[in-house]
Design a protein around this ligand. Structure first.
Ligand code: ZN
Length: 260
């Protein structure tokens, strides 16, 4: 039976810690590295529901993408049961559940978030979008119209909807940036792309779109494909482990469309 620390080391083989941005927090963030592990739950985020699912399924370890504590958007100064994040961390600790988070190091890693996204969209010959290794650029087997491609993205990623801006180009050379990667739109333009698929874009970014069609497919849908990759990777490394993707974690954003 491998320990949580051994599983962490194998995950760092896939996505080395040096690949993480300096503001990030990756690796085994909660629990005992010596803890023997038999059952693993993989999820994009460690939410309260994911923690409850891990408890119900007898998992000793949760492997997640987003850090459960102390990264840029989630500073944690205390672990108190009367705060939402503290309550979650206390719950993990009380049940002896370890948490490993592989974040921006998994974004840049070959076989990580962006390769999983490019593969889900059927992009051919994907290569890095940015100098730091983030994002991917590839081509579709054949050009399609933007509305057709928007439908393809929805179906491929299981989105409830997408928001998009049309700059009047058909879709063929596509850049992807899983999660909030709007700042790399200029890299997509510089790479000669006609379309950029990412998440968390602002009104002003849509308003100012000129060089590339912009598609905001949502944070969860653009990153969730990596979870199955993590399940497959861990299963190949530790055939004796019981590893499953969370059944409780899904897209939380819904779209109401007038007239439907
Ligand atoms: Zn993310």
């Amino acid at each position: 039976m491998p320990s949580a620390g051994e599983i962490e080391a194998r995950l760092f083989d896939l996505a080395p810690g040096e690949g993480a941005m300096e503001w990030d927090n990756v690796g085994l963030l909660v629990g005992d590295p010596e803890r023997p592990v038999e059952r693993v739950l993989v999820a994009l985020d460690i939410t309260e529901a994911v923690a409850d699912e891990a408890i119900a399924k007898g998992c000793e370890l949760i492997v997640a993408h987003h850090p459960v504590m102390n990264c840029r958007w989630l500073p944690v100064q205390s672990i108190r049961d009367d705060t939402p994040q503290g309550h979650l961390l206390c719950k993990l600790l009380r049940h002896g559940i370890c948490a490993i988070c592989m974040h921006t190091n998994l974004d840049v890693a070959p076989g990580g978030v962006n390769d999983a996204l490019a593969a889900a969209l059927g992009l051919e010959d994907p290569g890095p979008l940015c100098e730091n290794g983030l994002g991917r650029v590839g081509t579709l087997p054949a050009p399609m119209s933007l509305p057709e491609f928007a439908k393809h993205v929805c179906r491929a990623l299981g989105c409830n909807g997408v928001r998009y801006a049309d700059v009047g180009k058909p879709v063929y050379r596509v850049a992807v940036g899983g999660g909030a990667c709007g700042e790399f739109e200029k890299d997509a333009a510089a790479a000669g792309c006609d379309t950029y698929v990412t998440a968390d874009l602002s009104y002003h970014q849509f308003l100012d779109a000129r060089a590339v069609n912009l598609i905001d497919a949502g944070h969860f849908p653009t990153e969730d494909p990596v979870c199955l990759r993590l399940v497959e990777y861990l299963q190949s490394q530790f055939p004796g482990l019981s590893i499953q993707k969370s059944a409780s974690h899904r897209e939380v954003i819904h779209y109401y469309v007038e007239g439907e």
